[in-house]
Ligand binder design. Structure first.
Ligand code: SF4
Ligand code: SF4
Length: 353
């Protein structure tokens, strides 16, 4: 079936011959991923010009909010939080605008054939033919692309897109971008990172004044997560109190039992050990029995860069307070112990000092 889509003129691409992909290794920052084939050959990816463009947008199902419909969720299905990925006007794959790219790697993680590489110049799409991927001389074939991408998605992935040191750079780019544009940029970055980790997560649409809650997520079977996203280091001290407010709203207005709510604070970096933040988290746990989890954008990036998923009911493991202001135990478990081998930056997994 020939493609019927805005890029109907795009020429299709497909693998040459029969060799199947058996393993994919992401070589890290600035290194093209290596695809190992069943005939022993190795190659890098090349854009298939997917009709559904998974590097650019989510399907309706992927972005659906089917667990808390009353929440006024941002309906964006755009993968890139800065909208840097555009469909090429010509007979080619997506184009990434270097000046808008914050190097988060979300598009890289979603490309089934590993055709996007993250570098200091931003993410770059490889659309060239190589020894495996060749142009077909015909329009993109929807069913053929779906079959190829299904096959590639079933292949084991090792390695990582980038490392913890680079996460600090991404966080700096997020702050810089948010200061020049919409606050929705970091919110959608967090949403999309959560979606990439397998967590149904939704942020409030911009301008909705009837709902103060930043974001909600499905945190487990018959459980609801509520999250405050704080990208300003000064404002994070307000986050625990804001979360209490959120829980009160969910309970009083929507009759959601408090014991089924998982509160979470997402920040760019954790506050210092001496920050009041950690003591307030402990006070709330001691007095109200409510354990507020904490996670950083840096931790979300590293989990996504290493192709991890967050299972349901994991959120209590992200609890940290003044006695142990760290989420390293759960990260170490999720990353298979590799946390010690990573170059880290202050505040991504524990209080900085
Ligand atoms: S870059 Fe990857 S996901 Fe995007 S259109 Fe090309 S092959 Fe598809
Ligand atoms: S790396 Fe992130 S910011 Fe850059 S194009 Fe991809 S999704 Fe957008």
């Amino acid at each position: 079936m020939a493609l019927s889509y805005t890029r109907a003129s795009a020429e299709g691409k497909e693998p040459r011959g029969d060799p199947e992909p058996v393993r994919i290794h992401r070589g890290g920052f600035s290194h093209a991923p290596v695809i190992q084939l069943s005939n022993g050959a190795r190659t890098c990816g090349s854009c298939l010009r997917c009709p559904t463009v998974p590097c650019q947008r989510y399907s309706v199902d992927e972005a659906a909010n089917d667990y808390f419909r009353e929440f006024p969720a941002d309906s964006s299905v755009t993968v890139c939080p800065t909208d840097a990925i555009q469909i090429g006007a010509d007979n080619c794959g997506p184009v990434i605008e270097k000046g808008r790219c914050i190097c988060c790697g979300l598009c890289v993680a979603r490309c089934p054939v590993q055709a996007i590489v993250l570098s200091a110049n931003g993410a770059q799409v490889n659309d060239s033919e190589n020894e495996v991927f060749r142009l077909t001389g015909k329009p993109v074939d929807v069913e053929r692309v779906a079959a190829i991408t299904d096959e590639y998605r079933s292949v084991a992935i090792s390695g990582q897109i980038a490392d913890a040191e680079f996460a600090a750079d991404v966080c700096d780019r997020v702050i810089d971008t948010a200061s020049r544009s919409s606050v929705q940029v970091p919110n959608l970055l967090v949403r999309n990172l959560m979606l990439s980790l397998g967590v149904p997560f939704h942020v409030r649409r911009l301008g909705d004044t009837n709902m103060r809650i930043d974001s909600v997520f499905r945190s487990g079977e018959n459980r609801l997560g509520v999250a405050e996203i704080e990208t300003s280091e000064g404002a994070i001290l307000d986050a625990p109190r804001d979360i209490l407010d959120d829980c009160a709203v969910l309970n009083a207005r929507y009759r959601i039992p408090l014991e089924t709510i998982d509160p979470l604070i997402v920040s760019l970096r954790f506050p210092n050990r001496r920050s009041e933040y950690w003591q307030v988290i402990k006070d709330i746990a001691d007095v109200l029995g409510m354990r507020i989890a904490s996670i950083t954008v840096g931790a979300l990036l590293i989990l996504m860069w290493t192709d991890r998923k967050l299972g349901q009911d994991i959120w209590p493991e992200f609890y940290a307070d003044v006695e142990a202001p760290t989420i390293e135990p759960v990260l170490r478990r999720l990353l298979g112990g590799r946390i010690n081998g990573m170059v880290t930056y202050p505040g991504w997994s524990k209080a900085a000092k």
